[in-house]
Design a protein around this ligand. Structure first.
Ligand SMILES: [Zn+2]
Ligand SMILES: [Zn+2]
Length: 287
């Protein structure tokens, strides 16, 4: 049996796609997406048109017409969440649950989702690369005046060779590069002219409706990519957390546990390239 057929048995069904909060097509409006399980998401729904939750410190803050904090105040936070175990510590600074935040930023930022603005999504159609293609992908996002936007994408094949990769210039001005997570800085965007619409053209020439897309928590990537696609193998689901539903293993943990000899990131390469390759390897381990 080929890789596509073996992995096909591991793909999420429609109910699971909705449960995992994957963007799904609106029943009547072309290009609009719906999210069916925001309660499960790390993202929150906007509290109102002029308020946002801070992604870092969780405070609700008022925004101006541009999407920026109406009152500029410092944001104190831990860049990484608490670890597990009997004495949980923040991975950033080693402080416990009540330890003072270890980092201060000049303003709040938001990754809230405006459910009414899930528009301009594209859907895979036909099978440009044949009906048995399999790719893994991963994206990086940055915070802009409009929330989270796509900033980089890597797509690899089953041999983990890069078939598409680019840094993407967001539509709105960047207010935070989220370097702790994305590894991206202002230097990565110098000279970049690729936009989301260019990414759409490229990936729709690569992915068809029967393509299997592999990744770790791909619902975030699809949301940032504004992509609607039915056939997904999600390593966050394939390797469930021992605490059950609602908890997730990180890619870093799965790599340490199952692929200790594989290095996740290589200096000078986009972080999403290493993460896409890792997701592919983890999926292939299951078949
Ligand atoms: Zn900390
Ligand atoms: Zn904040």
């Amino acid at each position: 049996m080929d890789i596509h057929s073996r992995l096909w048995r591991l793909k999420l069904n429609e109910a699971r796609l909705k449960h995992e909060n994957y963007p799904r097509p609106h029943p009547s409006i072309q290009g609009k997406a719906q999210l069916h399980n925001m309660a499960y998401s790390v993202y929150k729904v906007i509290p109102s048109s002029h308020q946002r939750h801070c992604k870092r410190c969780a405070k609700i803050y008022a925004i101006d017409d541009e999407g920026l904090a109406a009152v500029v105040e410092e944001c104190s936070y831990h860049p990484f969440r608490l670890g597990g175990g009997r004495a949980p510590r923040h991975r950033c600074c080693g402080r416990g649950p009540h330890g003072l935040p270890c980092k201060v930023a000049s303003q709040h930022i938001s990754q809230d989702v405006d459910l009414e603005k899930l528009v301009d999504f594209v859907s895979t159609r036909g099978n440009p690369g044949g009906s048995s293609s399999v790719f893994a992908l991963d994206c990086e996002m940055v915070c802009t005046k409009a929330g989270l936007e796509l900033a980089a994408i890597s797509v690899v094949d089953t041999a983990c060779n890069v078939v598409y990769e680019t840094v993407v210039l967001p539509r709105h001005p960047i207010i935070d590069y989220l370097t702790d997570y994305s590894d991206l800085t202002a230097a990565d965007f110098r000279g970049i002219t690729t936009r989301l619409t260019d990414v759409h053209t490229s990936i729709l020439g690569l992915f068809g409706q029967d393509t299997l897309l592999v990744g770790h928590g791909l619902e975030h990537d699809f949301l940032a990519m504004k992509l609607l696609h039915d056939n997904v193998v999600d390593t966050a689901v394939l390797y469930p957390h021992t605490k059950g539903n609602g908890f997730r293993n990180s890619l870093a943990y799965l790599q340490e546990r199952h692929l200790p000899h594989v290095s996740r990131t290589i200096s000078g390469q986009l972080k999403c390239r290493g993460d896409a390759a890792l997701a592919m390897k983890l999926a292939l381990l299951k078949c």
